[in-house]
Design a protein around this ligand. Structure first.
Ligand code: PLP
Length: 348
């Protein structure tokens, strides 16, 4: 092997550019000492599930899948019949970035898209979409899904989630949360995972591990056990049941028991705040979306962004046009300073 990751300079295009954090890596290594029963019937999977129950202070049902698209779309599919509808905001990952997987795995449940504000679903959109059509010719609304933090890096406050939950309850709808960066939300809002999930009315949560410092893997948590019935079959059919499940589960043990899940998120958020504070003083660049969690979106003239790209920086502009910079558990602040210096020079 002649690839050395140390030769690859750090970029901030996505938090999934990061490597595996030491706690997850070490747990993988411990799980690799010998053999274990397959398909989740192993001590690591039991321990990881219990660690989630402890963290969330409740006896939830826990499943481990490979990625966020599967977590979201299988969770939504399990809450819906094929004739149901899923209310989401126009910037939701399930709508814009999952290649139709929620519709595919649910055999046709339709996403009912509301225009969001700052990437957030407004509580008022729920009664609006839930009652717009009540005839047999339109899919029956069944679930609301929200992303916390949103695709544009904004946070729903606890009050906002509770308002959404109240609207769901008023219309007989279930509430799903895409928590690809749930840890960053907990870190930023300084609230417990329980408060941010089931205590605020979330029925099913997809808790992201990949962007939090693991190699791969997301957890799907059902706070109402009845909703989890047969979810294991759904995972298997979708090709999401890991035969060597201990390697999906063990990193969670490492992350949750050490507290790395939260420390990693705190570091990422801190780097985003640092970047955002420094960038605020640079002329010709404006912050399009404040650093609620670990993401900062910048607006700048195209030639500025082109110059930045020419200097080798990678960043995405496909989400709403602004340039996205994301920070992760392994963000090196001196590399952030390099970016700031280049931004300043390119914008001058
Ligand atoms: C990254 C991400 C996911 C998961 O994406 P995968 O690439 O399928 O793992 C889900 N939702 C949001 C908001 C994300 O940013």
């Amino acid at each position: 092997m002649d690839i050395d990751n140390n030769d690859i300079v750090q970029q901030f295009a996505s938090d999934n550019y990061s490597g595996i954090c030491p706690e997850a890596w070490q747990a993988m290594e411990s799980a690799n000492r010998g053999s274990a029963t397959s398909y989740g019937d192993d001590p690591w999977t039991a321990q990881a599930s219990n660690a989630f129950r402890e963290l969330f202070e409740t006896e939830c049902e826990v499943f481990f899948v490979f990625n966020g698209t599967a977590a979201n779309s299988l969770a939504l599919a399990s809450l819906c019949q094929s004739y149901h509808g899923v209310i989401c905001c126009d910037q939701a990952h399930v709508e814009t970035d999952e290649c139709g997987a929620p519709e595919f795995f649910s055999n046709g449940s339709k996403l009912l898209v509301a225009q969001g504000v700052n990437g957030k679903l407004m509580p008022a959109s729920i009664p609006e979409l839930a009652t717009r059509r009540q005839d047999i010719h339109f899919p029956k609304p069944r679930v609301v899904t929200i992303t916390q933090p949103t695709e544009t890096g904004r946070l729903y406050s606890l009050e906002e989630i509770r308002a959404i939950s109240a609207a769901c309850k008023a219309h007989g709808l279930l509430l799903h949360m895409d928590g690809a960066r749930f840890a960053n939300a907990c870190a930023s809002l300084r609230c417990s995972p329980a408060e941010l999930a089931w205590k605020s009315g979330v029925d099913v949560l997809c808790f992201g591990g990949t962007k939090n410092g693991m190699a791969v893997g997301e957890a799907v948590l059902f706070f109402d056990k009845a909703l989890a019935i047969d979810f294991d079959y759904r995972c298997k059919q979708a090709g999401q049941l890991a035969s060597k499940m201990r390697f999906l589960a063990a990193p969670w043990v490492g992350m949750l028991e050490s507290g790395a899940w939260l420390a990693n998120a705190e570091h990422a958020n801190k780097c985003a705040r640092y970047f955002s504070e420094k960038v605020a003083g640079i002329p010709n660049i404006t912050i399009a979306s404040p650093a609620d969690a670990n993401t900062v979106f910048l607006e700048a003239a195209n030639d500025i962004l082109e110059r930045l790209r020419a200097r080798g920086w990678k960043f995405y502009t496909f989400i709403g046009g602004a340039a996205r910079f994301m920070f992760s558990w392994d963000t090196d602040l001196s590399r952030v300073d390099d970016l700031l210096r280049d931004l300043k020079e390119c914008a001058a």
